[in-house]
Design a protein around this ligand. Structure first.
Ligand code: PLP
Ligand SMILES: N[C@@H](CCOP(=O)(O)O)C(=O)O
Length: 466
């Protein structure tokens, strides 16, 4: 399995190199050169496997010979052993056709643990074999940061620096990151929004001498390994509801477009997915594009679902590359236009092709609260992101009323106690392993949105540990 860049200029490479590189040298994102496609028999064989075994079978389609026989399987078993439910990704029925796919039973209570628990182990394995050390830089609107830190803390061959937007995460999310005091972990609160943090990360990757000096790697979903490790739960849940004999729709609360792109990838591999419903919050660029071909970036506005407070969705580039017939030059031109003007003109026929599959809906804070209240009344505690997904599934359902809809329940309500209390009058308790979160010491540095300042901080962190 080899990988190409969405901007068409970086040389194709294998999974190991993609895992370590994160972003391609031409600024693009990696995608498989050809998609593996599974037959009905293949899907049948996967049905009923325990989640870790199913995940290993799917992910192995992308890893080539990076991991010797049995190693990936052992890593998956180990990664998901720490989840608090044996089902790992349980489905809970909400109504006659809607099911919540609970992705928050990992150590940091969000779907990010699925990929990052595995990536931490992959990095360890590959770096020990190569005798190398890397510096991971990541941007977070709240959840990637804690999942990455949890997965990477104390690992010998890497340092990790996470940028979060100052004051724009929930207090629980911030503390999940800033109370981890391992010497290889550093938290920076950037005076800006998530898009600024993500821009800084990409700018560090595009600064070739700095990238080489630090041996940079990525934990955001710009790293293909993240997407690969998020495909299995779509497969497992669809099989549990009768696919491939019936079609399934997924509703996904969306920000950086990574999670919904993993669902797109499952469909590309042959899973019968009729519809992908993108649930946005008031930062609605993707919903505006899907409903009206308007891809115009606006300033990020804080909302009740802070992890989705994003306007520049990195993984949209992967979809665009596919929609443009895998034309790297056209993708690069469109991405440059977007960067320079804040607008991405997409021709009518390309947009129409996409909207045959995608539905989009932007959920306001008021709708989010109303949806959380409604779900609570029927006995389902939902976090604000999950509620955006369920609300979108009602507002923009698939055409066929018989198609089951699986909603990605992306975070545990306890991560957003203020929003939950506002909606339901009840403050959710933190799970036992986090019960003393508010008593733990916090450590982080506040820095301006300035590449030089951030690179200096990353360099100092890596030098201290290297
Ligand atoms: C809880 C939660 N829901 C939804 C999202 C949006 O997912 P994505 O960025 O993959 O679109 C995020 C952030 O990634 C998140 O943390
Ligand atoms: N919502 C995310 C933003 C980063 O997304 P990623 O999937 O690209 O890592 C977060 O919680 O940090």
């Amino acid at each position: 399995m080899r990988y190409v860049s969405t901007r068409g200029e970086a040389a194709p490479r294998d999974f190991e190199s993609v895992l370590l590189a994160g972003l391609a040298e031409d600024g693009g994102l990696f995608l498989p050169e050809t998609w593996p496609v599974l037959t009905t028999d293949d899907w049948e064989e996967l049905r009923g496997l325990p989640y870790p075994a199913l995940a290993a079978r799917i992910i192995r389609l992308f890893t080539g010979d990076t991991f010797e026989e049995g190693v990936l399987e052992a890593m998956c078993a180990d990664a998901y052993a720490g989840f608090t439910t044996p089902a790992v990704a349980p489905l809970v029925q909400l109504d006659h056709r809607r099911f919540a796919l609970e992705l928050f039973h990992g150590p940091t209570l969000a779907f990010k643990d699925f990929a990052l628990q595995l990536l931490g182990r992959m990095f360890d394995h590959v770096l020990a074999r190569r005798g190398e050390r890397i510096t991971i830089v990541g941007a977070t609107s709240g959840d990637t940061g804690s999942a990455a830190i949890e997965a990477c803390k104390g690992r010998e061959n890497l340092d990790i620096v996470i940028l979060h937007p100052e004051g724009r995460t929930s207090a629980v999310q911030r503390r999940q990151m800033t109370t981890v005091l391992s010497p290889n972990v550093r938290n920076i609160a950037v005076q800006g929004d998530f898009d600024a943090c993500q821009d800084l990360v990409k700018a560090m990757f595009n600064d070739a001498p700095f990238r080489r000096e630090m041996n940079l790697s990525a934990v955001n979903s710009i790293n293909w390994a993240r997407i690969a490790a998020q495909i299995p739960y779509y497969v497992a849940s669809a099989l549990a509801l009768g696919a491939p004999q019936c079609e399934i729709a997924f509703a996904v609360p969306t920000g950086n477009f990574g999670n919904v792109f993993a669902a797109w990838a499952a469909r590309r591999m042959g899973l019968p997915v009729s519809t992908l419903i993108v649930g946005a919050n008031r930062n609605d660029i993707l919903a505006r594009w899907i409903t009206g071909n308007d891809m115009t970036a606006q300033p990020v506005i804080p909302s009740l679902s802070p992890s989705m407070d994003i306007q520049v969705s990195s993984n949209f580039e992967r979809l665009l590359f596919e929609l443009l017939g895998r034309d790297g030059a056209r993708t690069a031109t469109a991405m440059r236009a977007f960067r320079d003007t804040g607008r991405m003109p997409i021709d009518e026929s390309t947009w129409r092709a996409a909207t045959a599959l995608f539905r989009g809906h932007a959920v306001s804070d008021e709708e989010t609260i109303a949806e959380m209240r409604r779900l609570h009344a029927q006995g389902y505690p939902a976090d604000p992101h999950t509620a955006a997904g369920t609300a979108a599934s009602h507002a923009a359902p698939p055409d066929n009323p018989a198609t089951p809809i699986i909603i990605a329940a992306t975070a545990h309500p306890a991560k957003f106690p203020d929003a939950v209390e506002r909606a339901t009058g009840t403050r959710p308790a933190l799970p036992p392993h986090m019960a003393d979160l508010y008593e733990r010491e916090e450590r982080f540095t506040v820095l301006p949105n300035d590449l030089h300042a951030i690179e200096s901080a990353v360099r100092a962190h890596a030098r201290r540990n290297g």
